[in-house]
Design a protein around this ligand. Structure first.
Ligand code: SF4
Ligand code: SF4
Length: 261
């Protein structure tokens, strides 16, 4: 059984949303109403209870001189966002019912029949991925196609992507592929390309890595995501140190008092 991951290369994404649709089809999720959201040409807007893969349209001001009527153009890049399947997963740590579990492939899975809809996982996710649905309040997010992986199948999104922007495979293998791709992009003069794989943060790495251009925040990827329990650990350590100092001080005062008598 291998530990697997996604590597989403946004430099290859054409914004076709086939991955979004394939995810919905495989998992039996209804469409989101297909309404314009008023802010973007992207109608789904964000990952949520009914959008487990979301193709973000990174729309930026017009780039002068980019063919046609440059004054009316928007510069677009696209990236298919998803649950990061964190090594230190805030959602899993916060869940009081044991509904959220780690699978043998390294993914983070919500068991819908155990979820009681308390919503603790929603606030504990540093990426804003989990959402409760409107009918019964239970939390939903990408399952990492656990059922497909169990059957030796590639996740639906990676299977349909026509440009191979979404790669799926063994995690260390994908890390090597990401490094090679980055070298290639830099050789081609795309100097602002970077790998998003936050291993040196409290999240401790993710099973969904990305290749992006420029600031990862443009793609909803925080440079230093923090698991809420990291604060808790720091608070407990500070309290323990303060307690030890207080105890030491009291002991010293007691000893010097008994000596002086
Ligand atoms: S991205 Fe959020 S929902 Fe996904 S595993 Fe990490 S904490 Fe959980
Ligand atoms: S299927 Fe591939 S190319 Fe199409 S939107 Fe998704 S990631 Fe981009």
């Amino acid at each position: 059984m291998s530990v697997t991951a996604f590597l989403t290369d946004s430099t290859l994404c054409i914004g076709c949303k086939a991955c979004e649709v394939a995810c919905k089809e495989w998992n039996g999720i209804a469409d989101d109403g297909l309404h314009w959201n008023g802010f973007s040409y992207d109608n789904t807007g964000a990952v949520g209870a009914s959008t487990w893969r979301h193709v973000k349209f990174v729309e930026q001001p017009p780039v002068p001189g980019l063919g046609g009527n440059a004054g009316e153009q928007t510069s677009w890049t696209f990236s298919s966002d998803v649950c990061k399947h964190c090594e230190e997963a805030g959602c899993l740590e916060a869940c009081p019912t044991g509904s959220i579990v780690r699978t043998e492939f390294g993914g983070v899975f919500i068991q819908p029949d155990v979820c009681n809809g308390c919503g603790y996982c929603v606030t504990a996710c540093p990426f804003g991925v989990v959402e409760r649905n409107q009918e019964d309040g239970r939390a939903f997010k990408c399952t990492f196609c656990y059922d497909r992986q169990k059957a030796d199948l590639v996740p639906a999104c990676a299977k349909v992507c026509p440009t191979e922007s979404i790669k799926f495979g063994e995690i260390e293998d994908l890390r090597k592929k990401a490094e090679k791709r980055l070298e290639e992009l830099h050789r081609k003069g795309i100097d602002d390309a970077t790998i998003y794989d936050p291993r040196d943060t409290s999240v401790g790495g993710t099973h969904a890595m990305f290749i992006v251009r420029g600031d990862p925040r443009s793609y909803n990827l925080p440079p230093a995501p923090e698991v809420p329990t990291a604060y808790l650990k720091r608070a407990w350590t500070s309290s323990a140190i303060a307690g030890a100092l207080l105890l030491g001080g009291t002991l010293l005062a007691f000893l010097s008092d008994s000596k002086s008598k």
